[in-house]
Design a binder for this molecule. Structure first.
Ligand SMILES: [Zn+2]
Length: 59
């Protein structure tokens, strides 16, 4: 089955707990560092996922 894809918003998802409550910690020397508000993950690697028009993540 082919799922039609149209341009949608993208959100960031935590690679550890799957939360989408990711914030960008700016101003770090190492560059972009993301912070998960749910599990306190801190790192430069996050998942980028498409979201539907209603904002729910698409898997
Ligand atoms: Zn997390």
């Amino acid at each position: 089955m082919v799922r039609r894809r149209s341009p949608r918003n993208r959100i960031l998802r935590c690679p550890t707990c799957g939360s989408t409550r990711i914030v960008l910690s700016a101003g770090m020397i190492l560059g972009q560092v993301y912070h998960c508000l749910d599990c306190d993950y801190l790192g430069s690697l996050v998942l980028e996922v498409d979201v539907a028009d209603d904002g729910s993540p698409l898997d």
